[in-house]
Design a protein around this ligand. Structure first.
Ligand SMILES: [Zn+2]
Ligand SMILES: [Zn+2]
Length: 299
């Protein structure tokens, strides 16, 4: 059990970071408020999950250097005791932020509270991530598939983050030249410039791991021709940008933290930069990683 002081500190950092975005971009207030409790719950859930036992994990440095992520053939481990704990944090936060999901979340809560197969079923769904098991559960609970996917991806996220945080020290110092995550193999959702030299780091959209990557290369197709890469930004928020690739027509949003006194909390950045997603998508580009936000949920 992590102290409530730590919980409060995490909550404060996230809320402050969202407040700064709201102040700068008032049009995003409604959306950011919808996600606020969920982002706090996610971070607290991660603190509450016990550190996974990785004593059997071996890193094959040859395969790794050739671009094979560590979890390539493995699944995330989810223990049933923690699923319940995580659900008790995440579901009420979703209920507060997304009134449109009220009925679906009620049915989901009912399932957790009253069905004694619930935890094993959820463990299976979260660990396998398979569409088939998800579809089966969606029809059993009478919840639209896309909503169940949203719920389950939020439940799985703290486990993925906990696992990647525990694995990260094992690959420190090893070379990784790919645009996808060295731990789970997913695409990055955020590009961050930091340190004086402006080193570029990509942040995984699923497990939150970040790794250094070539500054002028598209992570999705490895195009390094700078004439085919473009950066767009809003004149009054120059440290925030969308990096467009004219070869694969994908983009990634990013932030240059070097001149920022208070860089945004990493979990809030994809939400505060959503206006750049709209700009890039208006230009015909699509996100390299699946966006965490479906407008449909809040509006
Ligand atoms: Zn990852
Ligand atoms: Zn590209």
């Amino acid at each position: 059990m992590v102290s409530s002081e730590t919980h409060q500190q995490v909550a404060r950092e996230i809320k402050d970071s969202l407040d700064r975005f709201k102040e700068g971009i008032p049009q995003l207030t409604e959306l950011l408020e919808a996600f606020e409790e969920l982002l706090v719950a996610r971070s607290i859930a991660r603190l509450e999950i016990p550190t996974p036992d990785l004593s059997t994990v071996e890193i094959d440095s040859m395969r790794f250097s050739q671009g094979s992520p560590i979890l390539n053939d493995r699944k995330i481990d989810v223990d049933t005791g923690s699923v319940k704990k995580v659900a008790l944090l995440i579901i009420p936060a979703m209920q507060k932020g997304f009134p449109k999901l009220h009925n679906a979340l009620e049915r989901f809560t009912n399932f957790i509270d009253n069905d004694n197969t619930a935890m094993n079923t959820l463990q299976l769904v979260l660990e396998s991530g398979s569409r088939e098991t998800m579809e089966e559960l969606a029809s059993r609970l009478d919840i639209p598939l896309s909503i169940l996917q949203f719920i389950c991806s939020e439940l799985a996220k703290p486990f993925a983050e906990k696992l990647s945080g525990t694995l990260a020290p094992m690959i420190e110092g090893l070379t990784w030249l790919k645009g996808y995550c060295p731990i789970c193999g997913s695409w990055p959702g955020l590009s961050v410039l930091r340190e004086n030299e402006g080193k570029r780091f990509l942040t995984c959209s699923v497990c939150g791991h970040d790794w250094q990557y070539m500054r002028t290369q598209c992570p999705f197709c490895e195009n390094a021709d700078h004439e085919k890469l473009e950066i767009i930004f809003s004149q009054d928020r120059k440290s925030e940008r969308a990096e467009l690739c004219h070869v694969c027509k994908k983009y990634i949003v990013g932030i240059d933290t070097r001149d920022l006194i208070n860089p945004p909390h990493p979990s809030t950045a994809p939400f505060g930069l959503i206006y750049l997603d709209f700009l890039a998508q208006d230009r015909g580009f699509s996100p390299g990683a699946t966006l965490a936000i479906s407008q449909d949920l809040t509006l």
